[in-house]
Write a protein that binds this ligand. Structure first.
Ligand code: 6CS
Ligand code: FE
Length: 302
C-alpha cells in the first residue's frame, strides 16, 4: 500500500457530491509499520489501536508539565489580540473561547510539546514515514457554555475540504483538565475507522466559518451512524490530565455539550505522513486557510 505521488489526486473516498450517502470500506492500513519493528508502546496497545481506532495511555505527562501547559493555555486565552485573530474560534454566544488553532505556532511551549519524543516516536511508528503537523488546536470547552461536536470522521473533512489523499494521519489529544462523564468528553465508536461514511451535501465556500462553531455538512447520515453504533457501541474517553488519547483520522467521534461548571480542555496535534501531503481539495470549494490545514508551510518534524 505504498502511496505513489502519481495517484495522490485519485479520489478513493468521494463525499459531498450530491450522491446518496454510502459506506466505503477502508482502503488503507491503520498501523503502517511492519510487525517486525519494535513499537514504542506495548504490542497489546498497538493491537488495540489497530482494532478499535483509538487508544488511551495513562500518565504520559506528569502533573508539573500539565500545570505548565495549562498556564500557557490561560496565557493564550488572555491575549488582547485574540478578538482580531481568526485562529481563535468563539462559541456561538461570541464570549467564550471554543477552539484555538495553530497552537504550535502561537506558543513556543506547545511547539515543543508537538515535537516531544513521547508523541512523535509513536506517531512515526504508526504512520511509518516522516511526519508533519497537519493541524493543531486546543478545544477549550468552557464550563456551563461549552457546545458539543456532532458525530464526524476528521478524515472526511480533511480529505474533502483539504485534499488529504489517504488515511495516513492521526490525532493525539492531551487532556489538560479531567475528562469526566459530566463535562462533555470525547466519544468514539470503536472499530468505525474501518468504514468510511460518505456524505451527500456539497461544501459551501468558506464553510469552515460555520463548521468550527457547529459542523453540519460532512456529518454522516443518522442511519449509517446508528448502524455502526448498533454493531460496535460507543465509548467515552474518560481520562486524567496528562493522559494521551490517540485516534485514527477516520474514527467516528463527537462529544456532548458541557453544562458542568468545569472546563474540558484538551490540546490536539494532528500528524500526517509526509507522503500523504494534501493536494487540491476534493470538493469545489476554495482551500481552507493554512491554520486549519498545512499546505504551503509543511515542515517535517526533525
Ligand atoms: O475542521 C476540522 O478540521 C476539524 N473540526 C471539525 C469540527 N470537524 C472536522 C475536524 O475534526
Ligand atoms: Fe474531530
Amino acid at each position: 500500500t505504498e502511496l505513489s505521488p502519481l495517484n495522490s489526486n485519485l479520489d478513493l473516498y468521494p463525499s459531498r457530491k450530491g450522491q446518496p450517502a454510502k459506506i466505503i470500506p477502508r482502503q488503507d492500513p491503520c498501523v503502517y509499520s511492519d510487525d517486525a519493528v519494535r513499537p514504542p508502546i506495548s504490542r497489546e496497545d498497538i493491537q488495540f489501536y489497530q482494532q478499535n481506532g483509538f487508544l488511551i495511555i495513562k500518565n504520559v505527562f506528569p502533573p508539573e508539565e500539565i500545570t505548565d501547559f495549562k498556564n500557557e493555555l490561560n496565557h493564550l486565552c488572555s491575549l488582547s489580540t485574540r478578538t482580531a485573530d481568526n485562529r481563535f474560534i468563539l462559541e456561538k454566544d461570541q464570549q467564550d473561547v471554543r477552539s484555538i488553532f495553530e497552537v504550535h505556532i502561537l506558543s513556543k511551549r506547545f511547539e515543543e510539546l508537538s515535537e516531544d519524543p513521547r508523541l512523535i516516536e509513536l506517531a512515526r511508528y504508526l504512520l511509518n514515514d516522516d511526519i508533519y503537523i497537519h493541524q493543531s488546536r486546543v478545544n477549550y470547552k468552557p464550563g456551563f457554555n461549552g457546545n458539543g461536536f456532532n458525530w464526524h470522521s476528521d478524515f472526511e473533512t480533511w480529505h474533502t475540504e483539504d485534499g488529504m489523499p489517504r488515511m495516513r494521519a492521526l490525532s493525539m489529544s492531551i487532556p489538560l483538565t479531567e475528562n469526566t462523564s459530566t463535562n462533555g468528553p470525547l466519544m468514539f465508536v470503536p472499530r468505525s475507522h474501518h468504514h468510511y461514511l460518505s456524505c451527500t451535501e456539497q461544501t459551501p465556500a468558506h464553510h469552515y466559518i460555520d463548521s468550527l462553531k457547529e459542523q453540519q455538512i460532512g456529518i454522516p447520515n443518522p442511519a449509517n451512524i446508528s448502524g455502526l453504533v448498533s454493531q460496535y457501541g460507543m465509548v467515552q474517553a474518560l481520562s486524567q490530565p496528562g493522559s494521551l488519547i490517540l485516534f485514527d483520522s477516520n474514527t467516528l467521534h463527537g462529544s456532548n455539550s458541557n453544562i458542568s461548571p468545569h472546563p474540558r480542555s484538551n490540546v490536539f496535534f494532528v500528524y500526517n505522513a509526509l507522503s500523504n501531503k494534501v493536494v487540491a481539495p476534493f470538493d469545489e470549494a476554495p482551500p481552507r486557510p493554512e491554520f486549519l490545514a498545512a499546505r504551503r508551510s509543511i515542515r517535517p518534524i526533525p
